[in-house]
Design a protein around this ligand. Structure first.
Ligand code: FE
Length: 200
């Protein structure tokens, strides 16, 4: 099957106390897993069954008859990407090329962090906040539900999941506290750097 559930890139206890073992148990083990199962059921015995995930997403984007495929495949991609956006002992200011690009685009890390947090907090309902590269320029965008930069010709560099399932067990309704903790303690800037270097 084309859609897969990769193991978390760290132990389920590794992001505590910022994200608890219980949250990761549900978020990765139940939510992410369900998108994989549901997506695979929808593409089974269709021409998309063995295609790479990005192809599945782009083939279904904007096609109302394939909304279920888009939503599940995009959520599989988003979650796999999100896990890699974090690491134990991460967060804070980046260095090197990433720092230079962020300063260039936003003026300073603090201004970037403020704008990223604002996007995450103001996303109404379920969705994602992203740092993307769009035509060579770094931008902050937010997307609703399963939507993602790939469907808008943008390259994803960093994301935070702001669906309630991402933070409710640990932060209840305090989404701003979750996003602040993500920025201060979890961001894997090495992964952002790797994404920046990718050609596509
Ligand atoms: Fe999620």
């Amino acid at each position: 099957m084309a859609l897969e559930l990769p193991p978390l890139p760290y132990d389920r206890t590794a992001l505590a106390p910022h994200i608890s073992e219980r949250t990761l148990e549900f978020h990765h083990g139940k939510h992410h897993a369900a998108y994989v199962t549901n997506g695979n059921n929808l593409i089974k015995d269709t021409p998309l069954a063995d295609k790479p995930i990005e192809e599945i997403i782009l083939a279904a984007a904007g096609d109302a008859s394939k909304a279920g495929i888009f939503n599940n495949a995009a959520q599989v991609w988003n979650h796999t990407f999100f896990w890699n956006c974090m690491r134990p002992g991460g967060g804070g200011t980046p260095s090197g090329e990433v720092a230079r690009r962020i300063d260039q685009a936003f003026g300073s890390y603090d201004k970037f962090a403020e704008a990223f947090k604002q996007a995450a907090v103001t996303q109404f309902g379920s969705g994602w906040a992203w740092l993307v590269q769009d035509g060579g320029e770094l931008k902050i965008v937010k997307t609703a539900n399963a939507d993602l930069p790939l469907a808008h010709g943008q390259k994803a560099l960093l994301t935070v999941d702001v669906w309630e399932h991402a933070y409710y067990l640990d932060y209840q309704n305090r989404r701003p506290d979750f996003v602040q903790s993500f920025l201060d303690n979890l961001v894997n800037w090495d992964f952002v750097q790797q994404n920046l270097e990718k050609s596509a």
